[in-house]
Design a protein around this ligand. Structure first.
Ligand code: AMP
Length: 201
């Protein structure tokens, strides 16, 4: 089964494409942003702790997000296949993810990296803010999140490129087109969904 990481700037389509990919491959879609927002909504101790970070558009501390991810990946069956969206976001998180994977004797199949021009990202996020009222989709916070993405996440690209699992995909365009590009890029690496793989003979 496939174990995918999804890397994209805020507004880059991680959530949307993550759900499509998870459905196609029949694996759970795990979004750290969604898990965190759920904790905030339920006002759990973690939710109360991370709420100010989310509202400012700051990354939450590595140890908190690591605990959350390890808990979720520790759920029975999940280790076999998943689409992980929004994690890792820093080089330290990537190193921890690598150590964790080694410990569990598994590898990540690929890291899908969606690229979208900055003006388009801002447009999408402002639209989403208007449509959903998501509290971190405001002009100032958007700028901050994009700057932070470039600073924290860019080094991850080199990390995964060196390991030859980075798959760059143009994320600018209609949702089905981007989904098709991702599918083609993964198929080229032998990562088609199990039901679409050529059978023996
Ligand atoms: P997202 O839904 O992926 O855009 O994430 C929303 C917010 O959740 C981010 O702006 C961060 O505050 C927080 N967050 C999500 N994933 C992580 C992560 N891997 N590390 C740190 N903070 C995160």
């Amino acid at each position: 089964m496939i174990r995918l990481l999804l890397l994209a700037p805020p507004g880059g389509g991680k959530g949307t494409q993550g759900r499509v990919l998870a459905e196609e491959h029949g694996v759970p879609h795990i979004s750290t942003g969604e898990l965190l927002r759920d904790h905030v909504t339920r006002s759990t101790p973690l939710g109360r702790r991370v709420r100010p970070y989310l509202e400012r558009g700051d990354l939450i501390p590595d140890h908190l997000v690591l605990r959350l991810v390890q808990e979720r990946l520790g759920t029975p069956g999940v280790l076999e296949g998943f689409v992980l969206d929004g994690f890792p976001r820093t080089l330290d998180q990537a190193l921890a993810a690598y150590a964790w994977a080694t410990e569990h004797n598994l590898t990540f199949s690929a890291v899908v990296h969606l690229t979208v021009p900055e003006a388009e990202l801002v447009r999408r996020l402002l639209d989403r803010g208007r449509a959903t009222g998501r509290s971190d989709d405001t002009a100032d916070t958007i700028r901050h999140r994009l700057a932070q993405y470039r600073a924290s996440t860019d080094p991850l690209l080199d990390f995964y490129r060196e390991r030859q699992i980075l798959v760059d995909v143009d994320g600018d365009g209609p949702i089905p087109e981007v989904a098709a590009r991702i599918r083609t890029a993964l198929e080229a690496r032998g990562l088609a969904p199990a039901n679409k793989r050529a059978g023996p003979g």
